[in-house]
Design a protein around this ligand. Structure first.
Ligand SMILES: NC(=O)c1ccc[n+]([C@@H]2O[C@H](COP(=O)([O-])OP(=O)(O)OC[C@H]3O[C@@H](n4cnc5c(N)ncnc54)[C@H](O)[C@@H]3O)[C@@H](O)[C@H]2O)c1
Ligand SMILES: O=P(O)(O)OC[C@H]1O[C@H](O[C@H]2[C@H](O)[C@@H](O)[C@@H](O)O[C@@H]2CO)[C@H](O)[C@@H](O)[C@@H]1O
Ligand SMILES: [Mn+2]
Length: 447
């Protein structure tokens, strides 16, 4: 009989929390659980989702303990996994991250460019705080962290809490692999899922490339996928894609232009912000960005479903969306708990895996996952185009973490200046000064 796990979901008020709870409930046969505790520092926001989840839990799994709290000791005691997805400053600050750079003609994005840097400066302290709560109350537990910007957060955890049970993750590669499975199904008439693939991929988070995709029965499907992406990007007829917001559809489609730059690989969609920043800015509306779209879309929808469940006292008529975001983190917890050695793309310290890159880089690469964590697979040397791009972005991320640790204005200015999305040091300074003012409640004091 499998030993069950106790889970703390940090960022209990996240729009992704109900999906993770549902996914946990759908996987009890392979990943039994004894308790789910939601933790958030915003009691009011969390309670709205928690009350709906409690109804769902009572109907689907009455034997599992379910509670929610803003008290760290209650949340982090006696747990096996912390699944973290906090957004420091909520969508209100995301909106500023996106709109301030746009004022200066620069990409305004959640995790890329100046917006991502600002978000990183907000996330580092609170993610480290969560790691420390876990260390204090459940020292053997694992922190599986989705909180963005994952690259900067990963570098911060490497610098500030080395050797701890922390794995930083992203759902973008699995989301794209899901689209590639749909594309392959469309092209071959046979049904594939992402779990049929064995992939080779390397990069930083939101900054990577697939170099090989075989099906598990040994068929090289890169030629079919490349041919598809060359024409359509990652756009498919799959329900997952058709239900995406217009801005995401555009991003998925744009992958065909990124692909054209290096037809030997399949790129991550996020590279568009670095390789086509002028087009991105030209297509952006500085008065209405993705944060607005999410506040009017996903946030309203998730909290609306929760309100309906609470009002009716049952979750039998309304259900939350569950997707790869939830399945990926549950797969990861399962692999650690039961030593499955599942192959997954995770953000880990390079340590020679990419032979011609800084050993201390936090890279996104294939790993085998078991009870001692992630074991990275060797990538080897990467080509000049990718190496040049990665190095530039890598040291942007390292400079952000150094700036946070040292309270250094100069290093943060260098980080913005080095970013491929920013045209000059003077533009970098203007954006930095405005971001610093907007973030004074969240960033350390810089001098
Ligand atoms: N890595 C990935 O691929 C990936 C994918 C999806 C979402 N995310 C990230 O997941 C997070 C949640 O996204 P969302 O859109 O659902 O945001 P959200 O604003 O709906 O939820 C975030 C929650 O975190 C809480 N929070 C903020 N600071 C906290 C702290 N110090 N301690 C405890 N709780 C805190 C907020 O109160 C809020 O309830 C974001 O960081 C987002 O970028 C990452
Ligand atoms: O703009 P948002 O808040 O909708 O999404 C930002 C996140 O986008 C990527 O993730 C996923 C998303 O989480 C998932 O639910 C699905 O809809 O697909 C997206 C990608 O297609 C990204 O990996 C995250 O880091 C971002 O936070
Ligand atoms: Mn991501």
């Amino acid at each position: 009989m499998k030993q069950s796990s106790a889970i703390c979901i940090a960022g209990g008020g996240s729009t992704y929390t109900p999906g993770i709870v549902l996914m946990l409930l759908d996987n009890l046969d392979r990943f039994p659980i004894s308790r789910i505790t939601l933790y958030d520092n915003n009691e009011e926001r969390q309670a709205k989702l928690a009350k709906a989840c409690a109804i769902m839990m009572k109907e689907k799994a009455p034997d599992i303990v379910f509670n929610w709290t803003s008290d760290p000791q209650t949340a982090f005691t006696g747990i096996d996994f912390v699944m973290a997805h906090i957004r420091v400053g909520l969508y209100e600050m995301r909106e500023k991250d996106e709109k301030i750079p746009l004022k200066y003609g620069v990409v305004g994005q959640e995790t890329c460019g100046p917006g991502g840097i600002a978000y990183g400066m907000r996330s580092i302290g609170p993610v480290i705080e969560i790691a420390d709560y876990m260390e204090k109350y459940s020292p053997n537990a694992w922190l599986l962290n989705y909180s963005n910007p994952a690259s900067i957060v990963a570098e911060a955890t490497r610098r500030l809490r080395p050797g701890k049970h922390i794995i930083n993750i992203c759902d973008m590669p699995v989301a794209l692999e899901t689209m590639m499975a749909a594309a392959l199904s469309e092209r071959t008439g046979k049904t594939y899922t992402r779990k049929d693939f064995e992939v080779r991929y390397y990069g930083l988070n939101h900054f990577g490339w697939w170099t090989d995709i075989h099906t598990k029965d040994g068929k090289d499907v890169m030629p079919i996928l490349k041919d598809y992406i060359k024409e359509n990007g990652f756009a498919t007829n799959a329900k997952d894609f058709q239900h995406k917001d217009a801005s995401w559809k555009e991003t998925y489609q744009k992958a065909k232009d990124i692909y054209a730059l290096d037809p030997t690989t399949i790129p991550s969609t996020y590279l568009k912000y670095y390789l086509f920043p002028d087009e991105v800015v030209a297509h952006s509306n500085p008065a209405y960005t993705r944060a607005n779209e999410v506040m009017e879309g996903r946030e309203k929808e998730v909290f609306g479903i929760a309100e309906r469940i609470i009002a009716k006292g049952t979750a039998k008529e309304d259900t939350f969306a569950v997707g790869v975001h939830a399945s990926f983190i549950v797969d990861l917890a399962c692999a650690i708990r039961y030593n499955t050695k599942e192959r997954m793309l995770l953000i880990v310290e390079n340590n020679g895996a990419i032979a011609n890159l800084d050993d201390t880089a936090m890279v996104e690469i294939p790993c085998l996952v078991g009870s001692s964590g992630a074991e990275a697979l060797t990538v080897g040397k990467i080509p000049s185009f990718q190496l040049g791009l990665i190095n530039e972005q890598l040291y942007v991320e390292k400079l952000v973490v150094e700036a946070w640790i040292e309270g250094s204005y100069g290093k943060l200015w260098q980080a913005l200046t080095l970013s491929k999305t920013v045209p000059s040091a003077s533009v970098a300074k203007k954006i930095l000064d405005e971001l610093m003012e907007a973030n004074k409640e969240y960033w350390p004091t810089l001098s």
